[in-house]
Design a protein around this ligand. Structure first.
Ligand SMILES: O=c1[nH]c(=O)c2[nH]c(=O)[nH]c2[nH]1
Length: 308
């Protein structure tokens, strides 16, 4: 007869551990000309980690402190060629050097710096670029790689060539149809590479990033927009059409609403055609999100980009 006097031990589910947000700045000197790489690297490992949870045995646990040290040591020993290359190197190291570790996920944020032009000696002065943050996430389980890169906080605006009309109207609808409006958003995007650890086929990660950013910006600027949804699809499609290394793109686009201010009380006509004054609302905002896939490919980027 089963002994029901004590409940069965709860079972450990998905678990991972590592050191999050290792801020690493690597300077490379080329004579008086210095180069800078500024990253925020998060390491997350999983594998045979039941015992540390069940009994507290640390026999399989590579300390998170060691993972932090590895990030800094690799930055010095091997340098940082690109966020992706650095993440791949770290992921491979953790999975291949530690038997109990079966999977590594490395997330990298990269902050861009540009040179301060000046007439003095040396090239070692930088100003942080205020635009977007570059992102990558590398996952490796000993056989399969997944590289998803992207960006966040890239704010863009079209001051015309945007309309929104013909939508569903019910008793709660008050939005006036717009035939000439501002379209502004803060782009958060991710793109998944079809790279499979083939040395011959390894993309130039920095060039790929620069090209993808240029394509999405151009598509934003060149699309005459009837909705932010249509613009999103155009941006993602342009990446897939031009970049063979990408199979999947996901965007999360807040619609940064700009409302015409009512200036009638002051006897002023506030008309778009004439150059208008807007109230830039910060919230609430429409949130338009979608994945676009190369034909025949599977969606793997999570729906909620904050989970990536
Ligand atoms: O581009 C837009 N898409 C919408 O779905 C929407 N809804 C809304 O109120 N304004 C807009 N704009």
């Amino acid at each position: 007869m089963a002994d029901n006097s004590r409940p069965a031990r709860p079972v450990l589910g998905q678990n991972q551990y590592g050191k999050a947000e290792n801020r690493v700045v690597r300077i490379t000197r080329d004579g008086a000309t210095h180069h800078i790489k500024d990253l925020n690297v998060s390491v997350s490992l999983s594998g045979d980690m039941d015992e540390v949870h069940y009994s507290g045995s640390n026999a399989n646990v590579l300390p998170t402190d060691t993972t932090k040290n590895t990030v800094y040591a690799f930055a010095k020993e091997y340098g940082i060629e690109s966020a992706e290359q650095f993440g791949i190197h770290l992921a491979r190291h953790f999975v291949t050097s530690q038997e109990p570790i079966h999977r590594a996920r490395i997330r990298v944020e990269e902050y861009a710096w540009e040179r301060i032009e000046h007439s003095g000696k040396g090239a070692h002065s930088f100003v942080r670029r205020g635009q977007e943050t570059r992102l990558t996430q590398i996952t490796y389980d000993g056989s399969t790689w997944e590289v998803v890169s992207g960006l966040k906080d890239l704010t863009v605006m079209n001051s015309t060539d945007s309309e929104f009309w013909g939508y569903v109207k019910d008793k709660y609808t008050t939005l006036p149809e717009a035939y000439d409006r501002i379209l502004a958003t803060e782009v958060s995007g991710r793109w998944r590479f079809n790279w499979t650890d083939d040395e011959q086929q390894t993309p130039d990660w920095d060039e790929s990033y620069a090209q993808i950013k240029a394509h999405l910006l151009r598509a934003f600027a060149e699309t005459y927009s009837l909705s932010l949804q249509q613009t999103l699809y155009a941006m993602a499609t342009r990446i897939i059409d031009h970049r063979d290394e990408i199979d999947e793109v996901r965007f999360s686009l807040p619609n940064k609403h700009h409302f015409l201010v009512d200036l009638e009380p002051f006897g002023l006509k506030n008309d778009t055609a004439d150059g208008a004054v807007y109230f830039a609302a910060d919230r609430p905002y429409g949130l338009i999100e979608a994945t676009v896939l190369r034909d025949g490919c599977e969606a793997k980027i999570p729906a909620d980009l904050t989970n990536l």
